[in-house]
Design a protein around this ligand. Structure first.
Ligand SMILES: Cc1cc2nc3c(=O)[nH]c(=O)nc-3n(C[C@H](O)[C@H](O)[C@H](O)COP(=O)(O)OP(=O)(O)OC[C@H]3O[C@@H](n4cnc5c(N)ncnc54)[C@H](O)[C@@H]3O)c2cc1C
Length: 269
């Protein structure tokens, strides 16, 4: 698998600063940018401000920072999962209709579990058989779009993709989680690693949802949390609720009609 950050929005921290600041300032965005460009706002201040804002639920400014990635050698199993993300992300994927794969470009992705099970040789011989039949179909004049019907989920594919920071955080939440499959998890981890090299201030926020810079706790099933290696260092939501119940000022209750009335009626809760 190859994952390369091709490009990203210039001055991402300044863009985030200006976008957030515009919401909270009597100054116009042009005035804010003039200050940034004149160096009147230190890099430290910009980092601090963004870091504070990133702790809140105000996430739309993050959509204004964009990253471009080139990704190669991932399986069609991964691509099925990746393209389910539909907001704030744009994909171009290598076509199996227009591209005719010759055998040496069909390097199938083999999960480690096949190796561990001692089934690698059988896996490879099956893939060889698929490649041969695929090549035979092309030679017989079938169009690539029909010949591909014998290609398995292990077939390799490539992406050129653009994703904004808000969506990348969401993808990190669910795909860096141990509940996600190893291949897409690795791909997102490598995306994070690429961003860390150029904008480490933003990369620290790309975490599984249980990470200290994200939701902070696991909301998957208790059983999954118990099995998860991150469960040793991040809490499960039920544990937090138990603690709240034990030490909180009031016991946790379901929201009642009374609470809904308070939501409906009080101007300032
Ligand atoms: C561990 C795991 C297991 C999975 N298993 C399955 C499975 O068995 N079967 C299956 O079909 N899929 C499965 N999926 C895929 C999953 O259901 C989602 O399709 C995928 O994670 C894409 O995420 P998203 O819906 O948050 O879309 P994104 O585009 O990434 O969403 C971004 C944000 O926008 C919100 N959003 C997006 N579209 C809308 C909308 N129309 N209305 C309101 N809000 C919206 C999302 O809630 C999210 O907050 C699995 C995903 C994971 C991580």
């Amino acid at each position: 698998m190859e994952v390369k950050l091709i490009d990203y929005a210039t001055a991402p921290l300044e863009k985030l600063y200006a976008a957030f600041r515009t919401c909270y300032s009597s100054e116009t965005p042009i005035e804010i940018w003039n200050k940034i460009k004149a160096g009147n706002i230190s890099q430290e201040r910009i980092r601090e401000f963004i870091s504070e804002r990133l702790k809140t639920g105000h996430t739309s400014p993050l959509e204004q920072v964009v990253f471009w990635f080139a990704i190669a050698g991932v399986s069609r199993s991964l691509s099925h999962q990746l393209v389910r993300h539909r907001v704030g992300i744009s994909f171009e994927q290598q076509s199996q209709r227009y591209v005719k794969f010759n055998k040496n470009r069909l390097s199938f992705v083999i999960p480690e579990s096949w190796r561990r099970a001692g089934l690698e040789a059988e896996f490879e011989s099956f893939m060889d058989r698929c490649s041969q039949l695929y090549a035979k179909a092309l030679a017989a004049g079938l169009p690539a779009e029909d010949a591909r019907f014998v290609l398995p989920n292990a077939a390799p594919t490539n992406f050129h993709l653009m994703v904004n920071f808000a969506e990348l955080l969401h993808i990190g939440d669910v795909r860096l989680c141990v509940r996600a499959q190893w291949e897409i998890r690795r791909m997102v981890a490598l995306m994070r690693r690429e961003i860390k090299q150029v904008v480490p201030e933003l990369a620290v926020f790309i975490q599984p949802k249980c990470g200290e810079n994200r939701m902070g706790y696991c909301d998957e099933s208790f059983e999954d949390w118990r099995k998860c290696p991150l469960g040793k260092v991040r809490p499960h939501k039920s544990v937090l609720f138990e603690l709240y119940d034990r030490y909180g000022k009031e016991k946790l209750k379901s929201l009642s009609d009374e609470e809904y009335r308070a939501i409906e009626e009080k101007e300032q809760l």
